[in-house]
Design a binder for this molecule. Structure first.
Ligand SMILES: CC(C)(COP(=O)(O)OP(=O)(O)OC[C@H]1O[C@@H](n2cnc3c(N)ncnc32)[C@H](O)[C@@H]1OP(=O)(O)O)[C@@H](O)C(=O)NCCC(=O)NCCS
Length: 165
C-alpha cells in the first residue's frame, strides 16, 4: 500500500482485456475496408482499459510503436481487440494490442493489426503516479517483457535526442 495515496501497489499479474466491435460502413474507407484511424482509436481505447485494470489509475497515451496493419478488414466483420500490459516501469506501462477480425458467418478469424502503446498513469493533477510492479513468470511473459524493454529504451533514447536538439 502506498503511504501517500493509500492505493494498493502490491505486485500483480496482468490480465488481457478483450473489446469486441462490429465494423459498420461508417468505419470504412473508400475501398470498403476499415479506416486505419478507426482501428487505431479502438486499439488505443483497449490499451487504456488494460492499463486501468492493471494499475487502478487513469492513464494517458504517451507513445505508440510498431502499429502494423497486415490484413484489410471488411465491413460487417466482427473484431476482437486483445490488450495486455506486458511491461511496467515506475509510472508507465507498455500495452500490446492485437486486433483480430472474424467473418461472422464462417467464423474464420485472423490477426489484422497489432501494436504497442505506452500508457502513463496519471493522478488528478495530470502528473505521473506510481504503479504496481508487474509479475512476469512464464517464458511468453518474459519474451513480451523483453519487447517492452526494447520499446522503452528506444523511446528514452528518442526523448534524449529531442531534448539535446
Ligand atoms: C505522458 C505524460 C503524462 C508524461 O509526463 P512527463 O512529465 O513527461 O513524465 P516523466 O518524464 O516524469 O515520465 C513519466 C513516465 O512516462 C514515460 N514517458 C514520458 N514520455 C514518454 C514518451 N514520449 N514515450 C514513452 N514513454 C514516455 C517515462 O519513461 C516515465 O516512465 P517510468 O515512470 O515508467 O520510468 C505527459 O507527457 C502528457 O501528459 N502527455 C500528453 C498525453 C496525452 O494527452 N495523450 C493523449 C493523446 S492526444
Amino acid at each position: 500500500m502506498s503511504e501517500t495515496t493509500g492505493r494498493d501497489l502490491s505486485p500483480r499479474r496482468s490480465e488481457p482485456v478483450i473489446m469486441t466491435e462490429i465494423v459498420f460502413p461508417q468505419d470504412t474507407n473508400h475501398y470498403g475496408t476499415m479506416f486505419g484511424g478507426n482501428a487505431y482509436a479502438m486499439m488505443d481505447k483497449a490499451a487504456f482499459l488494460a492499463a486501468n485494470r492493471f494499475s487502478g489509475t487513469m492513464a494517458v497515451t504517451a507513445a505508440t510503436e510498431r502499429i502494423e496493419f497486415t490484413t484489410p478488414i471488411k465491413h460487417g466483420m466482427i473484431i476482437d481487440i486483445v490488450a495486455r500490459v506486458i511491461h511496467a516501469g515506475r509510472t508507465s506501462m507498455i500495452v500490446e494490442a492485437e486486433l483480430f477480425c472474424q467473418d461472422p458467418l464462417t467464423g474464420d478469424r485472423q490477426l489484422a493489426t497489432n501494436g504497442y502503446f505506452t500508457m502513463v498513469s496519471i493522478g488528478a493533477d495530470g502528473k505521473p503516479v506510481q504503479i504496481p510492479e508487474l509479475i512476469v513468470e512464464t517464458d511468453d511473459e518474459r519474451a513480451k517483457w523483453a519487447i517492452g524493454e526494447e520499446i522503452r529504451q528506444a523511446a528514452s533514447a528518442r526523448r534524449s535526442r529531442r531534448n539535446e536538439a
